[in-house]
Design a protein around this ligand. Structure first.
Ligand code: SAM
Length: 337
């Protein structure tokens, strides 16, 4: 799966355990801020029916692939397609121009192949689940040969060693359908999703600081939308990164948005991930959640994101500082109404 800030890669066992403990016999879990979809993927693999939501388009397609698409439905067709896409010759276009020449996120030899593959996918009228699998396969192949520290706000001064490798698409790890029914992906603002979606358990993993996900992953958004937008800045970001924001990324708006969200949710059990470096403290979060029911908290100590492990660099690639700490605390709140 793609490198992603705030991904719950290291916390999957604790989240699965928290769902099982808080709601024995639960059949349907809703993930309202799904990001990479690794939580929904793990839940579906564990047998739950899952509904996943995120307001960014790339995250919607990740959820459509990892949550909504059942292995049996697309496996053989997807394998044939991936074989064909891996043999397609490169053809420079928008992607190469913006992300390999104007900026240096990818080596041009891979940028050209990404251009050719994405153009072909745009021309074919594929079934949306098959399209999701192929788009995610392309996104993940591109992620394995990028030249970044894990976010697309800047690229490395010299090519990362992996950027020289050849782009190679693989079949994503799809899961069979849950015995509890079909899973589904949504692309809604969290507040709208809270009104619309309900399940036995709702899992919330909102952003915890001002760093906007569409900006951090603008290349994935462009690859998903394939709308070839005007770009700005050294990182050649999509122009709509300036206007497409989230209340959950604003220190002043967070509490209000989160309070509204909590009161709109309709489920007996809520599980919430939040970080000790987030906009609100553990005490504030506990008091907010207690309006919904009884709250218990688990503290998990884990390694900070990759940038923190590497250090602080200026735009010309010189190390200019050390990060203050290498580990974080993640709080896992359970609320039973
Ligand atoms: C901390 S990340 C979730 C990470 C995810 N659990 C994972 O393991 O990959 C928060 C997610 O919230 C999404 N998001 C931010 N504001 C949102 C909003 N207003 N409505 C829906 N999703 C939002 C972001 O796109 C981002 O993917």
């Amino acid at each position: 799966m793609i490198k992603y800030l705030g991904s719950k890669r290291q916390l999957i066992p604790q989240i699965l355990q928290a769902v099982a403990d808080a709601s024995p016999g639960a059949k349907h879990v809703v993930d309202l801020f799904s990001g990479t979809s690794r939580v929904g993927h793990a839940l579906k693999k564990a047998g739950y029916r899952v509904s996943s939501n995120d307001h960014n388009e790339y995250a919607y397609w990740l959820a459509k692939c990892y949550v909504e698409t059942d292995l049996q439905k697309v496996q053989s067709e997807a394998e044939t397609w991936i074989d064909r896409l891996n043999k397609l010759p490169g053809q420079a276009g928008y992607f190469t121009e913006n992300f390999c020449i104007k900026s240096r996120f990818f080596h041009p030899k891979n940028g050209e192949r990404i251009d050719a593959i994405r153009e072909l996918l745009a021309q074919e009228h594929l079934d949306p689940n098959l399209f999701a699998v192929l788009l995610v396969s392309l996104m993940e192949a591109a992620d394995r040969v990028d030249s970044t520290c894990g976010i697309q706000m800047s690229y490395l001064k010299s090519w990362a060693a992996r950027a020289h490798h050849d782009l190679n698409l693989r079949l994503p790890d799809l899961t069979p359908r849950s015995i509890h029914g079909p899973s589904k992906a949504y692309c809604l603002d969290a507040l709208e999703a809270a009104e619309k979606l309900t399940g036995d358990v709702i899992y919330l993993d909102p952003p915890y600081n001002q760093h906007n996900y569409r900006r951090n992953y603008h290349i994935w958004e462009t690859l998903a939308l394939w709308d070839k937008p005007e770009t700005y800045g050294i990182a050649t970001k999509r122009i709509d990164c300036k206007t497409h924001t989230s209340a959950f990324n604003s220190k002043t708006q967070f509490i209000h948005a989160f309070t509204q969200l909590i009161s709109a949710l309709k489920a007996k059990t809520l599980i919430v991930s939040f970080n000790n470096e987030g906009f609100i403290s553990r005490t504030e979060m506990e008091s907010l959640l207690s309006q919904k029911g009884e709250v218990s908290v688990q503290t998990i100590d884990y390694k900070r994101y990759v940038g923190a492990q590497i250090g602080i660099y200026n735009p010309s690639g010189q190390r200019v500082g050390e990060v203050s700490h290498l580990r974080n605390k993640e709080y896992l709140y359970t609320v039973n109404a």
